[in-house]
Design a protein around this ligand. Structure first.
Ligand SMILES: [Mn+2]
Length: 739
């Protein structure tokens, strides 16, 4: 059978003939060779374009710090950037079109309109969605997209603008197959990828006045503000009905958002500095600063107040930029509303970077630091208020000592009243740590006061650790000394890691008394931890593995559970320690934190371990009391392993103690027969009621009261101090005696 007679061939021939009647296809058939060649070149050209744009999209920061960054860190961030593209845009949760499209696809009745109305109250959200869709066409020009003035209904044409006539032949001839649009920022053309931010401020780039005059979506927020309320850090008093609402909100936000919303975003705070600070002259030439603020689901007013406060309190010549890094928030106000606020109200120094998955504090800060281009990096929490001249003393110190990590004195903003507390400007504390791996505040030791010139000095004050939320450092030195441990997860422990590393690897960590920044201390984390992991514990285990050498035994005694936990690999950090030739932890303890009590160190103790009464086989026990407070010391059947709750030391100062608490005979009225309770209170180091004699026979005699520790009590779990007698219940021995 020949092909000619095949019905299929005949039919296709017929179709072809019909097609040829169409003038367009007729032309196409006539010039098929020309078209083939054209298509080939077009295809080749597009391939070239894709290749080029791939290169542009790749996240390779151009600053010198990038090269200095640990290659692994740089690689990790690079990979993350690549990956982020696969995730939907941040705003997707508010995209009305999406549920509608899904419903249509599933062939179900469309969503109740009222429901949608309730989901998205401000009409502005609709406009934003539309605008986004139009912008899809120029999505390649991400930089240009950034600089679109805020969309506004009043600025839109009232009818379709454009001719319905078909384009002239000449115009068709002139049209090129594909025109790349140029990106410009204030008229300076730039390559795609030059602006790695989703949004930049537009106050200084656009005429926003007429926009402000139109419908203002921020008017409702501004209407909540009561003029003068909270000025100079005064506490806010709420009405009874507001108070009830505030209580509810506090359970979610961990601070009083109702009060915060009523205070001006640009309120004044008191000048809490030592009066001596006002006389200090700072250099005119100081390094510039990039302020990095990361946040996840931060409330509206604290976040904006933080940004305003930095803008208002930092001299313009030193403020290089404010980089906001959004760690995958899903609160509505942090979507389009925040973007429009930034575009309208803030200058172009304020930039927003979105992360498209939850990265956690450590990685989010690394992203911010990568994007920064100022001389100095300053990290701030997203609920701060800066004091007068807060930045100059920090920049001055870094200019003088480029290896200094500096922290301001962190003032307390009350989480219930938003009161900005101010003491006498002189007293402040520095950072310590506990062997269980937590940061704590400690008093400045005598030796440091001598070094810095007295307890009233405003000179930089050395601190063994930092709280972590707020600090500044030379940008290049930040990378040189190992930035952050990027294998740490979400939150916690990174501040101790950084503190140990700074000191052990040749830097200094200082509190700068003339710099003060207020911070809302919240009682709990208002956000969830992915996977509900104990990231603080795991991160701290990483820290002790890398930096604490043998002293990690004291950490694991408190956290035996972490001995078997998966803490990831620490090789990279150990290699860094090796490369930077960092000093051992013993050097840190001897030189930076000599006042730190080491529970089992022969220089600090005569004896340590369990304290056991052989007759009853009971041991001293904290009975799980909170050691931040005073508590009555107890006894409990001895464990057959080293449990932190039964670990005590007999110090070289003759204290019977724990890490920070010492045993005293209680002053608060005793039991019958001259028997007293025994209390654990903060060690003061001055002997007196905290001094004990431990005899060869095993007695513990309190020097002040001459009473002996005794295991016989009405309550079997209570340790008491009783008149000394030759009884077995007054014999106690430590597990270990240091000769
Ligand atoms: Mn904080």
């Amino acid at each position: 059978m020949s092909l000619r007679s095949s019905p299929l061939t005949i039919r296709s021939k017929m179709i072809l003939t019909q097609l040829k009647r169409n003038p367009f296809f007729h032309a196409a058939f006539r010039y098929k060779v020309v078209i083939a060649v054209a298509v080939f070149f077009l295809f080749a050209w597009m391939q070239l374009g894709t290749l080029r744009s791939k290169g542009d999209n790749e996240f390779v920061p151009s600053g010198p710090d990038y090269q200095k960054a640990e290659p692994a860190v740089a690689e990790a961030i690079k990979q993350k950037k690549g990956k982020a593209k696969e995730y939907p845009d941040f705003d997707y949760k508010y995209d009305l079109k999406r549920p509608a499209a899904a419903a249509a696809a599933a062939n179900v009745p469309s969503v109740d309109l009222n429901e949608i109305e309730n989901m998205v109250p401000p009409k502005r959200e609709h406009i934003a969605v539309e605008a986004d869709e139009e912008e899809q066409e120029v999505v390649d020009e991400s930089a240009a997209k950034l600089l679109f003035p805020p969309s506004d209904k009043d600025q839109r044409p009232s009818r379709d603008l454009g001719s319905k006539r078909p384009p002239s032949k000449k115009a068709v001839e002139l049209r090129k197959p594909y025109v790349r649009r140029k990106n410009t920022l204030n008229g300076v053309s730039m390559k795609r990828g030059d602006i790695p931010f989703e949004v930049v401020g537009g106050r200084d780039l656009y005429k926003t006045e007429q926009l402000d005059a139109a419908y203002d979506e921020f008017a409702a927020d501004e209407a909540k503000v009561v003029p003068g309320l909270g000025e100079y850090g005064e506490p806010v008093k709420l009405s009874t009905s507001e108070e009830a609402l505030a209580k509810k909100v506090m359970e979610k936000e961990a601070f009083n958002l109702v009060a915060s919303d009523k205070i001006s975003l640009r309120r004044n705070v008191p000048d809490t500095r030592d009066p001596q600070c006002k006389k200090v002259q700072y250099d005119k030439e100081l390094p510039t600063v990039s302020v990095v603020i990361i946040f996840t689901n931060e409330a509206w007013t604290p976040l904006l107040r933080t940004i305003w406060s930095v803008l208002d309190k930092t001299p313009d010549e030193y403020l290089h930029e404010i980089i906001l890094v959004d760690d995958f928030s899903d609160k509505k106000h942090l979507g389009g509303k925040l973007e429009r606020y930034i575009q309208r109200k803030f200058p172009s120094k304020v930039r927003l970077k979105r992360l498209h998955e939850r990265n956690g504090l450590i990685k989010a800060r690394l992203v911010g630091a990568e994007l920064a281009t100022g001389d100095v990096l300053m990290f701030l929490d997203s609920h701060c208020e800066c004091g007068d001249d807060w930045v100059q003393p920090l920049l001055q110190r870094i200019k003088e000592e480029p290896k200094a990590f500096v922290v301001p004195i962190i003032d307390v903003i009350d989480d219930k009243t938003m009161e900005y507390y101010h003491g006498n400007g002189v007293y402040f504390q520095i950072g310590g740590f506990t062997w269980s791996g937590h940061f704590n505040w400690i008093d400045i030791p005598e030796h440091e006061n001598r070094r810095r010139g007295g307890s009233n000095s405003i000179e930089p004050t050395r601190t063994p650790t930092m709280a972590g939320g707020l600090f500044a450092v030379d940008r290049e030195y930040f990378w040189e000394i190992g930035s952050y441990d990027d294998e740490m997860e979400v939150w916690g422990g990174e501040n101790l890691e950084m503190s140990f590393r700074i000191w052990q690897c040749g830097g200094v960590l200082e509190t700068i008394p003339c710099s003060r920044v207020g911070h809302i201390f919240r009682s709990f984390h208002p956000y969830s931890f992915p996977g509900n992991k104990d990231t603080h514990g795991i991160n701290t285990a990483r820290t002790v593995e890398v930096w604490m050498d043998d002293y990690k035994r004291l950490f694991y005694m408190n956290r035996p559970d972490l001995l078997s936990a998966d803490i990831g690999k620490t090789e990279k950090r150990k290699a860094l320690k090796e490369r930077l030739q960092c000093k051992p932890f013993k050097w840190y303890l001897d030189n930076v934190f000599p006042q730190k009590f080491i529970l089992d160190d022969p220089d600090h103790v005569f004896a340590y371990g369990r304290v056991r009464n052989p007759d009853t086989s009971t041991c001293f026990d904290t009975l799980q009391n909170d050691e931040k407070d005073s508590y009555n010391l107890g006894i409990y059947p001895c464990h057959n392993f080293v449990a932190a709750s039964q670990f005590f030391s007999f110090s070289k100062k003759y204290e019977l103690r724990r890490e920070d608490n010492c045993a005293e005979v209680s002053q608060f009225g005793g039991l019958p027969g001259g028997v007293e309770r025994v209390q654990m209170v903060a060690c003061h180091g001055n002997g007196a009621g905290q001094e004990w004699i431990h005899t060869k026979q095993g007695r513990f005699i309190n020097k002040e009261t001459n009473k002996c520790l005794d295991a016989r009590a009405g309550n079997t779990e209570e340790l008491v101090a009783a008149p000394c007698k030759a009884v077995k219940s007054q014999i106690w021995y430590f597990d270990n005696y240091v000769s």
